[in-house]
Design a protein around this ligand. Structure first.
Ligand code: SAM
Length: 283
């Protein structure tokens, strides 16, 4: 944030572009030792969380990201009982996972407790009570270490990380995704945030080639998050079998209707379409 008047938050994710959000109030700002954290109020997007100068989530458009991260794998799989979230300290992905009655347990491995604490305090609507759900376990640790050492098995792993800078770097590695594969069940699925492919092509391309090497079924799918500038937000998909992604549209629809909760972005139609990629993403 380089505005001396402190009226604008400027995000320069790519050399020659800058996105600015007007600040109506700064609610929290500090360097937690791991990452620079700020939460601020804006006139249009509501409250915003940024880490190391990059917008992570805003109250107004976070559902476009968290719903697609959670409901696409859970409704495709059909029987997710044990879910693991790496990162996701704001609680948005956790909230969406726990909306599914089939989920018995959701474990979050978040490296920075400060993110959980301040999002609970300043942006409680994001987790919307999920942190107090009896099915929830919080582990404050490095996700890289956790997946290497845990004896548990999971049906779904959601890697809801920051971009590959700072503590997230090792979450974009073959070793990490190989360790994830080894703790997934036979039909288990891992999904991960993989940047805005129009300006972070290497991140998206790297994710697809990594997942293709390690999983029986690998793909990219997309969503659209207005404050993730420059087009499609790319999500990576890796699965130990092709079963989930071959679930037919009618089954996805009936599972969604049976789950019976309202969404702001996810629909069965968007689920069917989200693996269709533009030509510039045919890596
Ligand atoms: N839900 C957010 C969004 O909408 O974009 C995603 C960002 S979430 C705040 C990213 C989280 O990943 C941060 O809280 C950060 O502390 C955490 N993180 C980064 N590296 C990590 C690691 N190696 N292990 C566990 N958590 C990590």
């Amino acid at each position: 944030m380089n505005d001396p008047t402190n009226r604008w938050f400027a995000e320069t994710l790519h050399g020659s572009y800058e996105q600015r959000l007007e600040i109506s109030d700064i609610l929290y700002r500090s360097k937690s030792g791991l990452q620079d954290i700020i939460i601020f109020e804006t006139p249009f997007f509501g409250k915003v969380l940024a880490l190391d100068g990059i917008v992570q989530t805003t109250e107004r458009d976070e559902a476009c990201y968290h719903e697609m991260l959670a409901h696409v794998p859970i409704l495709a799989h059909g029987d997710v009982r044990e879910a693991l979230i790496i990162g996701g300290g704001d609680g948005g992905a956790l909230r969406e996972v726990l909306r599914h009655g089939s989920v018995d347990r959701a474990t979050m491995v978040e490296i920075d407790h400060t993110v959980v604490d301040i999002c609970l305090e300043h942006m409680p609507g994001l987790s919307d009570g999920a942190f107090h759900d009896p099915r929830f376990d919080l582990v404050i640790a490095d996700g890289v270490k956790f997946v290497k050492e845990t004896a548990h098995k999971f049906d779904l792993i959601i890697v809801d990380s920051t971009d590959p800078i700072g503590p997230s770097v090792q979450l974009f590695s073959d070793e990490f995704y190989t360790d994830c594969r080894n703790i997934l069940t036979d039909d288990g699925i891992v999904v991960c945030q993989s940047g805005v492919s129009f300006v972070q092509e290497e991140e998206a391309r790297g994710t697809l080639s990594r997942l293709t090497k390690i999983y029986a079924d690998a793909a990219l799918y997309v969503t659209q998050v207005p404050t993730y500038s420059f087009g499609f937000m790319t999500l990576g998909w890796g699965a130990n079998s092709n079963r989930a992604r071959s679930t037919d549209d009618a089954t996805i629809r009936s599972r969604f209707e049976k789950a019976s909760f309202a969404t702001k972005y996810y629909t069965p139609e968007i689920h069917a379409a989200c693996f269709a990629l533009p030509a510039y993403m045919r890596y």
